[in-house]
Design a protein around this ligand. Structure first.
Ligand SMILES: NC(=O)c1ccc[n+]([C@@H]2O[C@H](COP(=O)([O-])OP(=O)(O)OC[C@H]3O[C@@H](n4cnc5c(N)ncnc54)[C@H](OP(=O)(O)O)[C@@H]3O)[C@@H](O)[C@H]2O)c1
Length: 246
């Protein structure tokens, strides 16, 4: 399985950042890709550039909508990537509406996506389910309790999938990046461009393409190989709290 020409892939959160780069990389490796996100016009424009790709309007937080949108579609490569963070306020100052947004997207969104796509892969005895975790699923940093909790949950979901559905030909992976330069910080800081740009000042952050390349690598390993957990730090990061800037 050194190329993906026989594969049918779903990428959630494919309208930007890691998801967009992953959709592009999977398509370049030959997969037919469904690009899903809420901003339909964006996924539509990206899909139009890719051979065999299609766009899907999808809000992963809406379990009924996810079930309806994915009913009757079969994939053998699912990248559950849609996710976001909101703010870096201390927990005691947090906004419950934002907590719900983060948990509904990062946790329930992954569950909804997997629930709507896994059974046909199990029936076929083949497929890859790749979750976008984070180093925030391994360490907790100040102001990150809720986002880190959501990514710790992604790691638990990955481990739960291995327990509940492992050994039946479907491979499960979690890709856990450190800092990647995307719209992530702009979303986290609610559109504050200056604050978002400062996150990456003097740092060679990972690129979305770095992460996408690792996802293609995971999906193209021989069937006997299941890359379980892949952690990709930016070289300047010693931990989630220690960063060396130029
Ligand atoms: N950037 C980093 O430093 C970093 C590090 C580790 C892990 N990650 C993880 O990587 C994933 C991708 O993040 P990114 O950095 O590429 O951020 P990004 O550029 O902001 O992209 C986030 C994507 O998620 C989609 N999305 C958000 N809410 C959604 C929803 N309810 N339904 C469907 N799609 C939704 C967005 O599309 P729409 O707005 O069009 O729906 C967008 O395509 C996330 O899970 C994030 O937690 C990021």
């Amino acid at each position: 399985m050194s190329d993906l020409s026989q594969r049918r892939a779903l990428v959630t959160g494919a309208s930007a950042g890691i998801g967009e780069a992953t959709a592009r990389a999977l398509a370049a490796a030959g997969a037919r890709v469904t690009l899903a996100a809420r901003r339909f016009e964006r996924v539509q424009a990206i899909a139009a550039e890719l051979d065999g790709a299609e766009a899907l309007a999808l809000d992963v937080t809406d379990s009924a909508a996810v079930t309806a949108a994915l009913a009757g579609r079969e994939f053998d490569l699912v990248v559950a990537n849609a996710g976001l963070a909101r703010g870096v306020e201390p927990l005691q100052e947090g906004d419950p509406a934002e907590w719900s947004e983060v948990i509904d997207t990062n946790v329930k969104g992954v569950l909804n996506t997997v629930r709507a796509t896994l059974q046909p892969m199990l029936d076929a005895g083949r497929g890859d389910v790749i979750l976008l975790g984070s180093v925030a699923g391994r360490q907790v940093y100040p102001g990150g309790a809720v986002y880190c909790a959501s990514k710790h949950a992604v790691r638990a979901i990955y481990e739960g999938l291995r327990q509940d559905a492992g050994g039946r030909g479907v491979r499960f992976s979690t890709v856990d990046p450190g800092m990647v330069k995307t719209d992530f910080s702009r979303v986290r800081f609610r559109g504050d461009e200056q604050r978002a740009a400062a996150v990456y000042d003097g740092v060679d952050a990972l690129t979305p393409e770095d992460v996408a390349e690792s996802i293609v690598w995971i999906a193209t390993r021989p069937q006997r190989v299941n890359v379980g957990e892949l952690v990709l730090w930016a070289s300047a990061q010693s931990s989630t709290t220690k960063l060396t800037r130029r």
